[in-house]
Ligand binder design. Structure first.
Ligand code: E4P
Length: 226
């Protein structure tokens, strides 16, 4: 399962990259708006930092299919290879997906996926990823993990090459359940990623190892000093 960062704050992205194995960055218009900066200034800064081999997902904004296709061209022209254009899985979006698939040059991610049917239609329309919003689905009274797993199964059972890009997480357990299930990718906010291994028992175990070692060879000493 690829692990992506759902954020546009370059300092937070740098911190995740310093400590964790990340495969790229996803953004949405709300995330970009939070930066208060021009979208391509932020997105190009992210691309420069993560490098051309990492994935970046940026959303088309236009309401019409033709406008979404124009947005897609602009996004890929600015951000280069390994860019996925997020297209909402709505009626105009499916039309845009079909147009992009026909062109065959731009990879796209179906976004705002709340139902398996949206994911199925997106996959048939040529999406590389479909992004179910796990936590938002939970908040609607359904089970976001179960729906995401169903989407994964639908892709497998229909020989569709589309992968799940699970999005909208509130805790590490949700991510783990999907990793166990083997979905293609998940994207989470930096704070969720930082909490993946935050656990007093783990911290205390590592601290005890260090203290015991220091009792043996002296305070502040490590293997290199021995
Ligand atoms: C990803 O495609 C979505 O834009 C994002 O993960 C939504 O997350 P949220 O529900 O935390 O806003």
């Amino acid at each position: 399962m690829k692990l992506l960062i759902d954020n546009a704050d370059i300092e937070k992205i740098k911190k995740v990259y310093e400590f964790y194995p990340a495969d790229g960055v996803t953004t949405n218009p709300t995330i970009l708006a939070k930066s208060g900066r021009q979208p391509f200034d932020v997105l190009k800064e992210i691309r420069e930092f993560i490098g051309e081999d990492a994935d970046i997902h940026a959303q088309a904004i236009a309401r019409s299919a033709e406008g979404m296709v124009e947005d897609a061209h602009k996004i890929v022209a600015e951000l280069g290879k390994n860019t996925y254009v997020k297209i909402p899985a709505i009626e105009e979006g499916f039309k845009a997906m079909k147009l992009l698939a026909k062109e065959g040059k731009i990879k796209f991610t179906a976004t705002a996926v709340y139902t398996p049917m949206q994911a199925f239609l997106s996959a048939k329309a040529g999406a590389s990823y479909a992004a179910p919003y796990v936590n938002r689905i939970d908040n609607m009274g359904y089970n976001g993990i179960e729906i995401t797993q169903r989407i994964h199964d639908i892709f497998l059972n229909n020989d569709l090459e589309t992968e799940v890009l699970a999005a909208s997480f509130k805790n590490s357990q949700q991510l783990l359940e999907l990793a166990e299930y083997g979905v293609g990718a998940a994207t989470a906010a930096p704070d969720v990623i930082f909490s993946l291994v935050k656990n007093d028992a783990i911290t205390s175990a590592v601290e005890t190892f260090i203290k015991d070692f220091e009792k043996l060879v002296g305070e502040g000493k490590t293997m290199k000093d021995c």
